[in-house]
Structures are given as structure tokens and as C-alpha cells.
Design a protein around this ligand. Structure first.
Ligand SMILES: *Cc1c(COP(=O)(O)O)cnc(C)c1O
Length: 398
């Protein structure tokens, strides 16, 4: 028997995967990579066709900003393309401290620690603060990597109903006393729904019940609260004990960070395993992020543009006022959302269908992300296309 036919036997790894893929396919839930060539001004090339992308998290179009490209090129030329080791060994280039100073300044915290990515940040931070004797209360719609971090922590995990402060309070009242420490975790801006966490209420809840508060502000920095992020969407700004985020969305590049007090960050420098045992970010990524923060600090109009575009769109399709540049249009079934996405692609718009398990069952959606460089005329055309797709869905339902 050749290696190849042996692989196809019942019980083989190959067979296990083939059967799983067939199941996914039968639910319209199998996913495929599509080669995508992103360009400036939210343009995207797929199969030699140009689309206007409404599916990138590059809200400020900074991934193609000349100042960031130049900063990255210069850093690559000066310092090479890799960090060479973990930051605790020899990977801690002097640029790290500069970037961390800028991020702490933007977030108004004592200190900041940069990680390899946002995902790495969450799976490093959460287990550093919580173990078997502790309680983690997590919003049910929080990002997958918060849940991954919670699993690694081995703590008791309770997921509270989305943004439901009565549900959270009930869990705190019932369970808080049975645990040593308690950490409440939420997205600041929810990645698939675009709504904000009620941070003032969460702060109050944490204080009342002797708990700590952590936000994942991946979609807040640069575009919400004057660029400071979700804490500054409220007046007065809300104090959050641990604010993590990513450099890969509005910041345009790659990397993750946490902003907190000096002692919290110093403890993480010792105990966040995804930082300790993973190679530092290449200096060019750090240089690009620093340039991005400069652009964001200088340009209030740029920072506010994505949310302004989202407002225009919501107005045109009759959706409630958006709280962030992310607008979900729910189609419920995988089949319906795939049809809508295909129709929009025919009109030149890239709006990727988001399906379970990324979002809860029966809430398959178009997740529309607005970019500072989207043209209002294109947003009007997109709104017309979305209205059409929703109308034909209603007709089928009738
Ligand atoms: C994208 C995202 C992350 C992960 O960040 P990366 O830097 O891409 O690893 C974490 N949390 C939320 C809410 C996100 O949307």
C-alpha cells in the first residue's frame, strides 16, 4: 500500500479531515482563502478585478500611507527585517520603548507593553492575571482570542449576556465571593456588531464587586473617542485597568499592545508567556506604528471620517445610528448572506459574508467596515445595493 492510499483509510487523519470538510460544506460553512491584493484608497484586486473594499479593518487606510511605508523601509534598511529573539533576550530594539511611550500617552496610562499581535496579547495577558481560584466574566460576544486566553488561564469562566448589566450583576452577586480575584472582560467596540460596551456602567460594576476591568480595544484606537479609543467615547473618559488592542487595524500594520499601570505592565514583562517565549516584533513594524500614531495625532478629520461614513450609510439604509465604523447587516442564513455578498461583488463592492461560528447561529451578516478614504458616491451606491439585497430577501420570505 502506498503512503497515499493508506492516508485515505477510515480512521486516518486525512479521512477525519475530509469528513469534517464535507460536513462544513453541507452547511454552507466551509471557508476558502481568496488571493487578495489590497491597494491604497480601499481598492482591492481579486481575480484581476478591482473592488472597493468594505471588509478591511484598515479604517484610516494607513496600511498604504506614504509616511508609514517610508518609516518601515527606513527601519528595515537600518535594523534588518527581524528582531532575532524574544524581547527578554536580545529582541528589545530601542524603538519598542518609544512606541510604548506614544501608546501610553494616547491611552493616558502609566505604561504600555507591545506584543507580537493582538491575539498573542490576549492569550498572554489573561492567564497572567487569573488561575484556578479566580473568576472571569466575559461578554458573550467578546472576541475569540479573549476566550482562548480564558481557556489557557484555567479559571472559572462565565459568559454574561451581551452588554447586559443586570445579567452581569447577577453573576457577580452569586459567584464573586467564591473566588480570589475577578476580572471582567469585554470588547470596547464589538468586532462583528460595531456597538460599544457600556464602560461607565462596567467600571461601576467592577468597583462595587471588587473586580478588575479589561477591554479589548482592537476596533477603538484611532477611530473612536478622538483616536484614544472606547474609553474616550464617554464623558468623562472611563478608567479601565487593562486596555489591550492591536496595531493591525486603524494603526495599519501589525502587532498588539496592552496599556495599564506600570506595575501591571512590569508584571506582564515577567509573566506573559506569549511575549516571553515569542520573538519580538520586527523593528520595521514598530517604526510603521509610530508613524501611524503621528498621523493620527495630527489629523482630527481623518480620525473621525470612518464613523462619519458609517453614519451616512446607516441613514441611507434605515439602520440605527452607528457607534463605530462597523455596521452589521443581518441576513440570518448562510445562503442568504452569500447571495447578497455575490450581488454586491457584481457591482464592484467587496463585502465579505460573515457566518457562524464567527457570529452566533442564525445571525449571518454582511459586516461593513468604513474607511476614511471611501467616497460618499460609492457609499450611496453600496447603500442602494444593500437595500436591493434586503428587498429581494423579504420577497423570498413572503
Ligand atoms: C482583530 C482582533 C484581535 C486580534 O488582533 P490581531 O492583532 O489581528 O491578532 C483581537 N481582538 C479583537 C476584538 C479583534 O477584532
Amino acid at each position: 500500500m502506498t503512503q497515499n492510499t493508506k492516508n485515505k483509510q477510515p480512521g486516518s487523519l486525512d479521512n477525519f479531515c475530509a469528513e469534517k470538510l464535507t460536513t462544513l460544506e453541507s452547511k454552507s460553512a466551509r471557508r476558502f482563502f481568496v488571493e487578495t491584493n489590497r491597494q491604497a484608497e480601499a481598492q482591492t484586486l481579486r481575480d484581476d478585478k478591482t473592488f472597493i473594499s468594505f471588509s478591511c479593518n484598515d479604517y484610516l487606510d494607513l496600511s498604504h500611507h506614504p509616511k508609514l511605508i517610508k518609516a518601515a523601509q527606513q527601519a528595515a534598511a537600518d535594523y534588518g527585517v527581524g528582531a532575532g529573539a524574544s524581547r527578554l533576550v536580545t529582541g528589545n530594539h530601542p524603538l519598542f520603548g518609544k512606541l510604548e511611550g506614544k501608546l501610553a500617552g494616547l491611552k493616558n496610562t502609566e505604561d504600555c507593553l507591545v506584543f507580537g499581535s493582538g491575539y498573542l496579547a490576549n492569550i498572554g495577558i489573561i492567564p497572567a492575571f487569573a488561575g484556578a481560584e479566580d473568576l472571569l466574566l466575559i461578554d458573550e460576544l467578546a472576541h475569540a482570542c479573549i476566550n482562548a486566553g480564558a481557556q489557557l488561564a484555567g479559571a472559572r469562566v462565565i459568559r454574561f449576556a451581551h452588554n447586559d448589566m443586570a445579567d452581569l450583576e447577577q453573576h457577580l452577586t452569586t459567584h464573586r465571593a467564591n473566588y480570589r480575584n475577578c476580572l471582567i472582560l469585554t470588547d470596547g467596540v464589538f468586532s462583528m456588531d460595531g456597538d460599544l460596551a457600556p464602560l461607565p456602567h462596567l467600571r461601576q460594576m467592577a468597583d462595587t464587586h471588587n473586580a478588575w476591568l479589561m477591554t479589548d480595544d482592537a476596533h477603538g484606537i484611532g477611530v473612536i473617542g478622538g483616536g484614544h479609543g472606547s474609553t474616550h467615547a464617554f464623558s468623562p473618559a472611563v478608567k479601565v485597568d487593562i486596555q489591550m488592542g492591536t496595531l493591525s487595524k486603524a494603526i495599519g500594520g501589525y502587532g498588539g499592545y496592552v496599556c495599564a499601570s506600570h506595575h501591571v505592565c512590569e508584571f506582564l514583562r515577567n509573566r506573559a508567556r506569549s511575549m516571553v517565549f515569542s520573538t519580538g516584533l520586527p523593528p520595521m513594524n514598530i517604526a510603521a506604528a509610530m508613524a501611524a500614531l503621528d498621523v493620527i495625532a495630527e489629523d482630527a478629520e481623518l480620525r473621525d471620517a470612518p464613523l462619519r461614513k458609517a453614519r451616512l450609510f446607516c441613514n441611507l439604509v434605515g439602520l440605527a445610528e452607528p457607534q463605530s465604523p462597523i455596521v452589521p447587516v443581518i441576513f440570518k442564513t448562510n445562503e442568504a448572506v452569500l447571495v447578497a455578498s455575490t450581488r454586491l461583488a457584481e457591482q464592484g463592492f467587496l463585502v465579505v459574508a460573515i457566518r457562524p461560528p464567527t457570529v452566533p447561529e442564525n445571525t449571518a451578516r454582511l459586516r461593513i467596515a468604513f474607511n476614511a478614504n471611501h467616497k460618499d458616491t460609492d457609499i450611496r451606491r453600496l447603500a442602494a445595493g444593500v437595500n436591493q439585497a434586503r428587498a429581494s430577501l423579504l420577497k423570498e420570505d413572503a
